[in-house]
Design a protein around this ligand. Structure first.
Ligand SMILES: C[S@@+](CC[C@H](N)C(=O)[O-])C[C@H]1O[C@@H](n2cnc3c(N)ncnc32)[C@H](O)[C@@H]1O
Length: 235
């Protein structure tokens, strides 16, 4: 099977639902995406910025509320937000423009493909906040966090780089913990109880989960400098 066929066959962590765009979001996609977009053929994410700086990537950044907050609070870092949902990206772009943030770029594509294109040891931190939990057993295969994702994260993180995840679905937190424990190149920095770090704001989906009485869990890992990553191809 060719690489292209393999990509098409891969189960994805999202389903593209035609969300309705407001006129403002539509305008943002037309006028602002060309300014902030990560080109599909970019060799590295670093090259998109005019200055060398720590590179932080948020996967599934939704409407970008948290990303705008973090990028304003950490102006010394370069950020890339990856999100496939068009209305969310429209809102993110409007937020970036309103806040005048120059340290953010946006990829409106499958995050797995974006990371697969990145060179080894090229990202300082991956942040994955409230990924879709896919609670039904028959949908577990859609969960973003999988052995293949753990290997991919270990490959793209710089030695000492970190992977930070949060979820309001405790069974998914346990799943993440078990899956990531199998990747020797990732060291669990927090054990089962990580206190929410101050770099993460409360997110849109987190608020929704809290209103429903869900418990929130944060998980934090470090790329071990001296250990080879193991696992599926791409590692
Ligand atoms: C539950 S929402 C959480 C959004 C945001 N992080 C928050 O906490 O409010 C998960 C988001 O991840 C996005 N997503 C899921 N899989 C993705 C992928 N492989 N690449 C890019 N975005 C993805 C979805 O479109 C959705 O917007």
């Amino acid at each position: 099977m060719s690489e292209e066929q393999e990509q098409r066959r891969r189960v994805r962590s999202f389903v593209r639902r035609p969300g309705r765009l407001t006129p403002a979001q539509q305008r943002a996609l037309e006028d602002l995406l060309p300014i902030y977009a990560v080109p599909d053929d970019a060799d590295t994410l670093d090259e998109l910025f005019e200055r060398p700086a720590p590179l932080i990537v948020e996967i599934g950044c939704g409407n970008g509320e948290a990303l705008c907050w973090m990028a304003a609070r950490e102006p010394h870092a370069n950020f890339v937000g990856i999100e496939v949902h068009e209305p969310g990206v429209g809102r993110l772009l409007r937020g970036l423009e309103a806040a005048g943030l120059g340290n953010v770029r946006v990829a409106m594509r499958d995050a797995v493909e974006v990371l697969q294109q990145q060179p080894e040891a090229s990202i300082d931190m991956l942040r994955v906040y409230f990924p879709d939990p896919w609670p039904k057993k028959r949908h577990h295969k859609r969960r973003l966090v999988s052995p293949a994702f753990a290997a991919l994260a270990a490959r793209v993180l710089r030695p000492g780089g970190r992977l930070h995840l949060a979820t309001d679905w405790v069974p998914y937190a346990e799943w993440m913990h078990d899956v990531l424990a199998e990747q020797p190149a990732l060291e669990n920095l927090g054990g089962p109880d990580v206190v929410k770090p101050d770099w993460r704001p409360e997110t849109h989906f987190e608020r929704r989960g809290l209103k429903r009485g869900h418990e929130v869990r944060d998980l934090l890992y470090r790329r071990r400098p001296d250990v080879e990553c193991v696992g599926p191809p791409g590692c």
